[in-house]
Design a protein around this ligand. Structure first.
Ligand code: SF4
Length: 362
């Protein structure tokens, strides 16, 4: 079977190239072609000798992902539907950063569907089809980078000083594992992806976030198994009773265990754990919830993202929280000295908002 180079970390690419009797600089050239120049095949790598290209074609391949649809929301959020080699589909979402610069956050998927069954989430309703391979995670980023490069206007570079002028197609500022799936249930492929993202694609660890529904053993394993990126926990309730009802993972890893694990997490200085809290009308949006949240997060360097729920389709059993209650919840947390923002859920009109990804051809 051929080796897919997008499954390999830097050391593995070096070792493969060494095995072919080549100098280390050839490995560096190949990495540059894949992750900087977005080469689609070894034949594109014109500074490699023809004999090496032929050898690589014999033993290895470069996967690509098929973009079959993209839609743009009124707020500028873009959703990408990709088809994989086995015909399965996944989604990624590109969200413009709020501060007006032409920079984006890319939200990527780690599984096809999800087994966690959170009751407010469209992906959860699909169940799990399978884990994504490392190359399928990485190809979401490369495909969107290629798309941005193709669609970039000259003014995009001029207004974004952080973008290298030689490479106008890389305005993605942040990568978040918040698309389809529970990343910690696909641990080893996600860990290899993180190593590729922070090393060969070149994102700083501070610019990459992994969001979990609260898989405690996975959180404990993170620091020893890959680059220490940012951790986000989808919390969404302040009592085990409510959390059991909306997030079945809580029955296995209840609030106390989850939060104690967060307390013990070796956070680098100046970093916090992000707690996401989807406000579901009449379920978890009471003042008592806000007060309990303050108590629960005591001793954890944290920031809270409040996300007012977006009903999608007529089948949702939940409703939007009352605006007044959102304001009250927010101000209770602020008064208690918490770092908290109310996050507008982006891309609602194209079902790209938090918890709405279904990978459907609609
Ligand atoms: S919220 Fe996340 S973990 Fe829960 S079902 Fe949806 S994708 Fe899975």
């Amino acid at each position: 079977m051929k080796i897919n180079f997008k499954q390999l970390n830097r050391a593995e690419i070096y070792s493969c190239i060494h095995g072919l009797g080549q100098e280390p600089y050839r490995a560096e050239q190949i990495i540059n072609w894949i992750y900087e120049k977005h080469a689609m095949s070894f034949d594109d790598m014109t500074n490699l000798p023809l004999t090496l290209r032929a050898e690589l074609n014999n033993i290895a391949l470069l996967s690509n992902i098929n973009l079959i649809k993209n839609s743009t929301s009124a707020d500028g959020t873009e959703k990408f539907l990709f088809q994989l080699d086995d015909g399965e589909t996944i989604e990624s979402v590109l969200i413009p950063n709020v501060r007006g610069k032409k920079l984006y956050t890319l939200c990527i998927s780690s599984q096809i569907g999800c087994a966690m069954g959170c009751t407010f989430c469209e992906t959860g309703k699909l169940g799990l089809t399978r884990n994504l391979r490392t190359h399928e995670i990485i190809d979401q980023i490369l495909a969107v980078q290629r798309y941005l490069k193709k669609t970039a206007l000259p003014s995009d570079t001029a207004s974004s000083p952080q973008i290298d002028s030689d490479d106008p197609g890389r305005p993605i500022a942040n990568i978040v594992f918040m698309g389809m799936g529970e990343p910690l249930h696909n641990f080893s492929e996600v860990m290899t992806s993180l190593s590729i993202i922070t090393d060969m694609i070149g994102f700083s660890k501070r610019k990459v976030t992994l969001s979990t529904s609260g898989v405690v053993p996975g959180i404990r394993m993170l620091p020893d198994n890959g680059p220490l990126i940012n951790l986000a926990v989808s919390l969404n309730a302040t009592t085990d009773r409510t959390r059991n009802a909306i997030m079945p993972v809580n029955k296995k890893y209840p609030l106390n265990t989850l939060l104690q694990t967060c307390r013990e997490f070796p956070l680098p200085s100046n970093r916090q754990i992000t707690f996401e809290y989807v406000l579901l009308g009449g379920v978890n949006d009471y003042k008592d919830d806000a007060l309990r949240l303050v108590r629960l997060l005591k001793g954890i360097r944290s920031k809270i993202n409040l996300i007012p729920f977006n009903p999608s389709g007529s089948s949702s059993e939940y409703i939007k929280p009352d605006e007044q209650k959102v304001l009250e919840f927010h101000s209770t947390l602020l008064k208690a000295g918490m770092t908290v923002i109310v996050r507008k859920s982006s891309g609602n009109d194209i079902s790209a908002a938090c918890g709405q990804l279904r990978a459907a051809y609609i």
